[in-house]
Design a protein around this ligand. Structure first.
Ligand code: 1CP
Length: 354
């Protein structure tokens, strides 16, 4: 017998949080990475004349931009509008987010002396983040706010390369050329990422996601030796706070088990690995999140709907499933298609209680 659940009145009882914890849900929860952003005309209007980093530090803009996709699409979670480089910028690293390019660091990190530029992050560095989260939690009611941080490897890549990188060659050169310096750099970044997650949870975020977007560029051996312990350390910094954690990377089919072992409740799956294969690799230890190919949002409705239905059905094999894309919403996506996908996911049958 399926137990009937009353409508959620708190984020802790929402379908998103319940799915992350492997509990029965009313409907499969759905949100989209990069749901706040350039696909929405109302976002583009608000960002007009506001630089990205400044926007991330302005509570009026952060709350409005975070709310936009929740109102428009009826998604089950709000992703905090920020960027993975906000905490390192907040502790003093000179960087900018260049339109059309991404984060660019003025002086890339290459030597031991550079570690001095990464002090501990305290709540005093980011009072505006606390303020934005508090305002959002009040406005969202039962809809959970998803906080996030960049994982040490992905953050280190931006700092070492000096910006977006295709091959991460300087990062890997440091990892292998001076493993001790690499370890010390990632240890600092794990503390900053973990502290940034804590600030968001202490202000009221109900779930957090650690983005290790570029982990898929690593061999499994490198991941296990040089990366996973630091991601685990970042996640461990919120382990006492009673919020579920999600761990995501792109192209990580070969790393899913090791990413899961870093300690998150939910493992994010990109579109290259089927959800069925991912669930098998994770051996029932984790809920999963994913994994519609963002490019499929440009296909005709029939094949798109078939892919959505297949993903929801495959998700039933996991302890819990949060529907999402395999990576972020592409800027030219038609937002009406996203709304339609949310409706379709919500219409699908949920897994029978076990
Ligand atoms: O002018 C603009 O609109 C800037 C585009 C933009 C936006 C909207 C950037 C620059 N960052 C963001 C917001 C953002 N970044 C969010 C919140 C919005 C949401 O998800 O709805 C989040 C979660 C991020 C996280 C982020 N930033 C990641 C991890 C997620 C992922 O996409 O893998 C990464 C890798 C970044 C770096 C970054 N910031 C911005 C860009 C263009 C990039 C990628 C650059 C690159 O290719 O290396």
């Amino acid at each position: 017998m399926q137990q009937r659940l009353e409508a959620a009145t708190t984020p802790a009882d929402s379908d998103l949080v319940r799915a992350a914890r492997g509990l029965p849900v009313r409907r499969t929860p759905v949100w989209f990475m990069r749901q706040a952003g350039r696909s929405l005309p109302e976002y583009r209007a608000l960002r007009e004349g506001n630089e990205m980093l400044a926007a991330c530090r302005t509570p009026d803009l952060v709350t409005e931009i975070t709310m936009q996709p929740v109102r428009r699409h009826g998604v089950d979670g709000a992703i905090f509008f920020s960027d993975i480089v906000v905490p390192v910028h907040a502790v003093g690293v000179d960087l900018d987010i260049v339109p059309g390019r991404g984060p660019v660091v003025a002086e890339p990190f290459r030597t031991r002396a550079d570690l001095d530029r990464l002090p501990e992050l305290t709540p005093e560095h980011v009072p505006d983040i606390t303020e934005s989260v508090r305002r959002l939690v009040a406005e969202l009611g039962p809809v959970p706010l998803i906080g996030f941080a960049g994982a040490p490897f992905t953050l280190a890549s931006y700092l070492v390369e000096g910006g977006p990188s295709k091959n991460h060659e300087r990062t890997k050169a440091l990892m292998h050329g001076d493993p001790q310096l690499w370890h010390d750099l990632c240890e600092r970044l794990a503390r900053i990422a973990g502290a940034f997650l804590r600030v968001q949870v202490e202000a009221g975020a109900s779930v957090v996601q650690l983005f290790d977007s570029w982990a898929g560029f690593l061999s499994r051996a490198d991941y296990v030796t040089h990366v996973q312990p630091h991601s685990a350390a970042a996640l461990a910094m919120v382990a006492d706070l009673d919020v579920p954690t999600i761990h995501f990377g792109v192209g990580t089919g070969e790393l899913l088990r090791d990413m899961g072992a870093a300690g998150a409740d939910v493992v994010g799956v990109d579109y290259r690995t089927s959800l069925a294969d991912a669930i098998e690799r994770l051996e029932g230890r984790h809920a999963v999140q994913g994994n519609l190919d963002p490019a499929l949002l440009f296909a005709p409705w029939e094949p798109l709907a078939a892919a959505v239905e297949r993903i929801v059905a495959e998700g039933h094999a996991a302890p819990g499933h949060i529907f999402n894309l395999g990576h972020g919403v592409l800027p030219t996506t038609d937002p009406d298609v996203l709304t339609r996908v949310v409706e379709l996911v919500h219409q699908q049958p949920v897994r029978a209680a076990r």
